[in-house]
Ligand binder design. Structure first.
Ligand SMILES: C[S@@+](CC[C@H](N)C(=O)[O-])C[C@H]1O[C@@H](n2cnc3c(N)ncnc32)[C@H](O)[C@@H]1O
Length: 310
């Protein structure tokens, strides 16, 4: 496949480059916001698992714009966190850290001068192995780590948006989210491939159980933590089956992420190749790439997975 093949096969990859985004995932957050208006009135916002930074770019473009209708520029703060280093984005405070660490929660709150956030978004994904059950399990753990840290930093009534893999035990995750939020909707943006099990949980109205004290237990599903919730609020803790609404979002007559488009879309727009906007600065696969270039890998490695969208 030539240099243009991916532009043809993946319209959102191409549009991301044209519109200056670092990754195609930007469109997922844009479409979620268009549907649910999660950014309305937001003054403090946290982007968990943010690298390479396309969601932070969306947050910065939509929240830091100063015009007659929006005077947030002075007071809106965006903090982005990732394990990996990320190239700077004007107006975004960056923290390199692990979302499972308490010190990361403290560092975020310090940036907000002790005031909790209005919105937390989390597009966290582990390095996928291609083994679906393992990938889904690790993703669930990461989502729960996202919820854990969110309980330290989100204001009551606040909104949490997180990537979720719809694997076979996803209903347990829905129940966990319903413990903390009044409303949970699972949403599939048009820019997320249909073939991917990825979707996004849009959780509104943060409302933890009575007397809930935020902890950094590794998972909310484990026995001790579960017992803790049972003691706290019997009425609110149900790990029974929960029916969660599912909504597609994004312009349904717009671009389909599973379709291959001509390079001159509808002959209306002249095609011009764009390089990616920001290459990863220190990716975890760097050593493997170097080994491969030096012909030092035993056999070629395939990092592709057809079921996980990035
Ligand atoms: C799909 S990427 C996020 C893409 C990003 N939303 C964007 O639009 O550019 C997933 C990110 O999760 C990060 N991540 C995974 N586990 C993490 C952890 N425990 N703490 C912080 N970041 C983590 C990875 O380093 C990776 O950058």
């Amino acid at each position: 496949m030539g240099k243009f093949g991916k532009d043809k096969r993946d319209i959102y990859y191409r549009l991301a480059k044209e519109e200056g985004y670092r990754a195609r995932s930007a469109f997922k957050l844009l479409q979620i916001d268009d549907q649910f208006h999660i950014l309305n009135g937001v003054k403090r916002c946290v982007d968990l698992c943010a690298a390479p930074g396309s969601w932070s770019q969306v947050l910065a473009r939509r929240l830091l714009v100063s015009d007659d209708k929006n005077d947030n520029k002075e007071c809106c703060k965006i903090v982005a966190v990732d394990l990996q280093a990320m190239a700077p984005i004007p107006g975004v405070i960056q923290l390199q850290g692990d979302i499972t660490n308490h010190s990361t929660a403290t560092a975020i709150i310090d940036h907000f001068d002790g005031i909790a956030a209005d919105l937390v978004v989390c597009d966290g994904a582990p390095d996928v192995t291609g083994l679906h059950d393992i990938d889904t399990y690790i993703q669930a753990e990461l989502l729960l780590a996202g919820v854990n840290i969110t309980t330290h930093i989100l204001k009551p009534g606040g909104t949490f948006v997180a990537k979720i893999f719809r694997g076979k035990d996803v209903e347990l995750l829905y129940s966990q989210l319903k413990i903390f939020f009044d409303e949970v909707i699972i949403s599939k943006p048009r820019s997320s491939r249909t073939s991917s099990i990825e979707a996004f949980a849009v959780c509104r109205g943060y409302n933890p159980p009575n007397q809930y004290e935020p902890t950094m237990f590794n998972t909310l599903m484990e026995g001790e933590c579960q017992k803790y919730f049972e003691q706290l609020d019997e009425n609110k803790f149900h790990v029974n089956r929960t029916i969660i609404p599912f909504m597609a979002c994004g312009d349904l007559s717009g671009f389909d992420s599973d379709t291959t488009y001509s390079l001159n879309i509808d002959n209306q727009k002249d095609y011009k190749y764009h390089e990616p906007n920001q290459k990863p600065i220190d990716p975890p696969y760097k050593v493997a790439v170097q080994l491969r270039k030096a012909n030092a890998l035993d056999k070629p490695m395939d990092f592709k997975s057809d079921s996980i969208d990035t």
